[in-house]
Write a protein that binds this ligand. Sequence first.
Ligand SMILES: [Zn+2]
Length: 218
Amino acid sequence: MNSYHHLDSSTLIGYSAGSLPEAFRAVVSAHLSICAHCRTQLLDADRVGGQLMSQQEGVPLPAAARDSLLKRLAQSPVSSPAHREAPPRVHDPDRLPEPLWPYFGRSYSGLRWRTIGPGVHHIRSQVRDGNLMLLRIAPGRSVPMHSHGGNELTMILQGAYDDSLGHFAPGDVADLDCDIEHQPATSPGVPCVCVAATDLPLRFSGWLARALQPLFKM
Ligand SMILES: [Zn+2]
């Protein structure tokens, strides 16, 4: 399953069940913090998950899923109208989405980018499972054509890019599995900054790109 611009239903169900790797949870949370559409979809996933659990009486939940569920129940009832409302927005262009603060800090100006290629910078975060990184790609550049050994979830934070799947602007996510091969090209004007979660290394298609892959460390 793939979803362009919003979260895939299987991703939302995994998030609802507490079974996503930490890297993916961070990106899902960041998108949910700005997307009312996906917050509504999450309510449906919660209901489906609740029904499934009610039909499996006597089967214990994995500890991580149980802890996640209890935490969510303690935070707010899923049926609360407040859950569907957008959280208070602070119009500060230097402010990262709040769910990313534990991983990258609060402000874009505080980020310490590492150069990994001409016009390409990144910051990796330590997560328990999966890979979580910020990427900043200069305007008007192409990322090498690549497919994925696993899943990739990317959210655009600043700037934009285009690929065969469409135009991706701030707030959009690309929720891709290993069947997708794509070559994002950043829009002119401002650098494209995105946060990306992967669960396995990317597979670059061309021999040159493969040779560069150790440099990218992705
Ligand atoms: Zn969405």
